[in-house]
Design a protein around this ligand. Structure first.
Ligand code: ADP
Ligand code: G6P
Length: 355
């Protein structure tokens, strides 16, 4: 029998609808840990897994129990729990968390079929991303930290149009129809998971331009649960105070409509949270250092690390606004959480031998 590894795997859940920026977020996260994540070598070229030195990101679509034809026949969408195998998801995440490798299925997005499985070894950090990381209570209990990307309908629509119309040639009507068709199951099975999330990144249309719903300028809110082990929320100026801040002026170039920050305590689904909000966008990314220097608890290892990460990936979507900024900060918080969990683990056996 394989002995479980000495260091336990830290498990992170990332939930969102498809086309809501999960892969962009994962690229920012794996970059914080140094090194880009690549598909497993020598395996199925249609694998959805991304592996780097520190992290393995698995896509929960791989736990579809019904393939595309099966879903059509039964009249269920991929968002429906009946199209997904939560028993297997639980068994495999639990095995990986305790240091045991698994043969994970592969859902082939091109053919819509289930391919032969691939071997996944226990990584230092396992990210499970997809539609249902917090749906099943057993899986949810295995998560050391959970994130929900909450993209408002207006913004989701704007992003879909940009991608599916511009890049894939779909019509406006068909995009509208596909969003409408997904909505009932999205509301029933995906959206309710946000109440369990330790951090939610909420993306809304700007309030700086009256009546705007173009989805170009965004108001982004980072909702951080209080009292989560190994996670202390980021704050602006003074922890626990309520603050509005317009940084535009001598040190920050802001063209219309400018930038507005807000920070303060709040409640979210009955939980105490801190919310940091950024509405608007940066004109010059290097000036982000000015904003960064006013944020506390961002878990950087050196002055300017957030700005450096943002500059490094200036070409990723959302780099000039709160989506990129908050994804980067959450990435740093996850690194911090990982370091706290592993250092408390290595300290434990020493304590035990003393006794
Ligand atoms: P997912 O992995 O959830 O399907 P992606 O990260 O691949 O999502 O993003 C899908 C598309 O959505 C991108 O190609 C881009 O057009 C758009 N998008 C994602 N994140 C942002 C963002 N922060 N700002 C603007 N557009 C975005
Ligand atoms: C969602 C799921 C995918 C699925 C897609 C389309 O985006 O994440 O796994 O392939 O829906 O589903 P369909 O049943 O139309 O192939």
């Amino acid at each position: 029998k394989c002995s479980a590894g000495d260091s336990q795997t830290v498990v992170i859940g990332l939930a969102a609808d498809s086309g809501c920026g999960k892969s962009t977020f994962m690229r920012r996260l794996t970059s914080v840990f140094g090194g880009a994540a690549e598909p497993p070598k020598g395996g199925n070229p249609d694998s959805n897994t991304l592996i780097s030195d520190m992290t393995t990101v698995i896509c929960l679509d791989d736990y579809h129990s019904l393939d595309r034809t099966g879903r059509k026949e039964k009249g269920v969408t991929a968002l429906d729990p009946r199209a997904n195998d939560f028993d297997l998801m639980y068994d495999q995440v639990k095995a990986l968390k305790s240091g045991v490798a698994v043969d994970k299925p592969i859902y082939n997005h091109v053919t819509g079929l289930l391919d032969p499985p691939e071997l996944i070894k226990p990584p230092k950090i396992l990210v499970i991303e997809g539609l249902h990381p917090m749906f099943d209570e057993r899986v949810r209990d295995l998560l050391d930290f959970s994130i929900y990307l909450d993209i408002s309908n207006e913004v989701k629509f704007a992003w879909k149009i940009q991608r599916d119309m511009a890049e894939r040639g779909h019509s406006l009507e068909s995009i509208k129809a596909s969003i409408e068709a997904r909505k009932p199951d999205f509301d029933a099975y995906i959206d309710p998971q946000k109440k369990y999330a330790d951090a939610v990144i909420e993306v809304l249309p700007t309030q700086l331009i009256p009546g705007d719903n173009e989805g170009k300028v965004l108001r982004v809110r980072l909702i951080m649960k209080e009292g989560v082990k190994h996670f202390s929320p980021v704050y602006l100026f003074d922890e626990g105070s309520t603050i509005s801040w317009i940084p535009c002026g001598r040190k920050l170039t802001c063209s219309y409509p400018g930038i507005k920050f807000h920070y303060g305590p709040d409640t979210y689904f009955g939980n105490e949270v801190s919310i940091l909000e950024m509405d608007g966008q940066f004109d010059r990314l290097d000036e982000l250092i000015y904003v960064e220097s006013h944020l506390s608890n961002i878990s950087t290892k050196f002055y300017g690390e957030v700005t450096q990460q943002m500059l490094k990936h200036a070409d990723f979507p959302g780099s000039n606004n709160g989506t990129g900024l908050f994804q980067t900060i959450v990435g740093l918080k996850i690194r911090d959480l990982y370091e706290q969990i592993t250092s408390s683990k290595t300290a434990a056996p020493l304590e035990a031998t003393k006794a």
